[in-house]
Design a protein around this ligand. Structure first.
Ligand SMILES: O=C(O)CCC(=O)C(=O)O
Length: 377
C-alpha cells in the first residue's frame, strides 16, 4: 500500500504532460481498499485523480441556509386521522413539486434500527483490509459488492467516497453473502425500508389524485438496492467532492444519513444543506418518477461535500425498475395525469433506454431525461 500511495502522489506531483490519469486510477483500483485504504496509508495530500474542477460553482451555499429549509414532514397518525392525512398529502405534493426532496419523521422505523444500520455499515468499511478487499468488485451482477466510485474510469474526477452495495429486490442476496459484521441489520433494514417505500408510493399516488395503490401496482417500481457509503475525512476537502452533483435514476430514493452533514440539494439555483435530523429519513424523487408524473414531481440535483471530519456514513435505498428483468418495459407520463392543460412533456420510452443513457453520460451534472423530452414541450 505504501508503494501504491507513493505512485499516486508521484502521479499528482508530475507535470501535466506526463500525468497518466489512467495509470493512477488503475493503481488506486488495484489496491481494492478504496479511499479508506489511501487514508490508512498516511496520505496528507489527495491524489490528483480526486481533483474536481468546479468544487465551488457560481451557486452559493451559505446565504441559502438563511432563506430556505428542506421541508420536514411528520407522518404521525396519518393512517388514523383523515384530516391530518389530507394536510400531510398537501405538504408532500408541495415538497415533491417545489423541492423534489424532503425529510420524514415518525415514519415507523425505530431510531435503534437506523443507528444499528449506520454502525453495521461503518463496521464493514472499517474491517481489516485483507477481509474488506475480498468483497471488492466491479461486476454489476454481484448482489453484494464493495467498490470505490461506481464509474471511476468514466467520471471526470473521482469522489472521496467508498461504497458497499446490496441488491434488495426482487432478487436479494442469500444472507450468507452479506458480510457477517452487518448481516442481520442489512436484512432487517431492507425489510423495513421496503415497507416504508410502499407507504411513500401510496402517499405519492394519493397526492397525485390517483388511487392509493396506483404506483405500487406498476411492475416497473418493484426493484431495489442500497448504496451504503463511507466518506472518510479528507485532508484537502476544498479540492474534491464526496459525491458529485447528480440526479437519481430511481423512481424514489430513501436516504439515511448520520449527523456529520454535507448533503446539499439545489433549490432555486442555491445549494441548500439537508441538515441531519436525528431519527429522520430523507426522501427524494428520482428521474423516472419525474417522467411518470410529467414534471408534477421533480428530480433535483444534489451532491455531498467532502469534509475534514469523518467518516460520514449514509445509506441510499433506491426504488427502481427490476433491471434487467423489466428492461423492455415502456415508461412515459401517466395517462390519467394528462389533459389539454397538461400535455405530455416526455415521449414514451423504455427503462432500458433511460438507464443506458444515465450510465453512458456518467455523473456529468446533466439530467438523464433530456433526450426523452418532446421537442414542443
Ligand atoms: O450520501 C449521501 O448523502 C447521498 C448519496 C447519493 O446521493 C447517492 O448515493 O446517489
Amino acid at each position: 500500500m505504501a508503494t501504491i500511495s507513493k505512485t499516486l502522489s508521484e502521479a499528482k506531483s508530475t507535470k501535466d504532460c506526463s500525468y497518466d490519469r489512467i495509470a493512477e486510477l488503475k493503481a488506486f483500483d488495484e489496491t481494492k481498499l478504496g479511499v479508506k485504504g489511501l487514508l490508512d496509508s498516511g496520505v496528507t495530500k489527495i491524489p490528483r485523480m480526486f481533483y474536481h474542477d468546479k468544487v465551488k460553482d457560481n451557486t452559493e451555499t451559505t446565504p441559502s441556509d438563511l432563506k430556505f429549509n428542506v421541508p420536514i414532514i411528520d407522518l404521525k397518525d396519518i393512517d388514523t386521522n383523515s384530516y391530518l392525512r389530507v394536510e400531510t398529502l398537501d405538504k408532500i405534493r408541495k415538497a415533491c413539486k417545489e423541492w423534489g426532496f424532503f425529510q420524514v419523521v415518525n415514519h415507523g422505523i425505530g431510531v435503534e434500527v437506523l443507528e444499528e444500520m449506520l454502525c453495521g455499515i461503518r463496521r464493514f468499511h472499517e474491517l481489516d483490509a485483507e477481509v474488506r478487499k475480498t468483497f471488492y468488485s466491479r461486476d454489476l451482477s454481484k448482489k453484494v459488492r464493495y467498490f470505490s466510485n461506481g464509474s471511476l474510469f468514466k467520471d471526470p474526477a473521482a469522489n472521496w467516497r467508498d461504497t458497499i452495495a446490496f441488491f434488495s429486490s426482487p432478487h436479494p442476496p442469500n444472507p450468507e453473502e452479506i458480510p457477517a459484521v452487518c448481516r442481520d441489520i442489512v436484512v432487517e433494514y431492507t425489510e423495513k425500508i421496503r415497507a416504508l417505500g410502499l407507504t411513500m408510493f401510496e402517499l405519492f399516488s394519493e397526492a397525485l389524485g390517483l388511487p392509493t395503490s396506483y404506483l405500487n401496482e406498476l411492475d416497473s417500481v418493484k426493484g431495489g438496492f442500497h448504496l451504503c457509503h463511507y466518506y472518510p475525512s479528507c485532508p484537502e476537502p476544498e479540492l474534491t467532492m464526496g459525491t458529485s452533483k447528480h440526479t437519481d435514476i430511481s423512481f424514489m430514493t430513501i436516504l439515511l444519513q448520520d449527523q456529520i452533514g454535507g448533503l446539499e440539494v439545489l433549490h432555486e439555483n442555491q445549494w441548500v444543506d439537508v441538515h441531519p435530523v436525528h431519527g429522520s429519513l430523507v426522501i427524494n424523487i428520482g428521474d423516472l418518477l419525474q417522467l411518470l408524473t410529467n414534471d408534477m414531481f421533480v428530480s433535483v440535483y444534489h451532491r455531498v461535500l467532502s469534509k475534514d471530519i469523518g467518516p460520514r456514513i449514509s445509506v441510499a435505498s433506491f426504488f427502481k425498475s427490476p433491471f434487467p428483468d423489466n428492461a423492455s418495459m415502456v415508461v412515459g407520463p401517466i395517462k390519467e395525469l394528462l389533459s389539454e392543460d397538461n400535455p405530455p412533456i416526455y415521449r414514451d420510452t423504455t427503462i432500458e433506454d433511460v438507464t443506458a443513457h444515465y450510465f453512458k453520460k456518467g455523473l456529468d451534472g446533466n439530467s438523464s431525461l433530456l433526450p426523452f423530452r418532446l421537442c414542443s414541450a
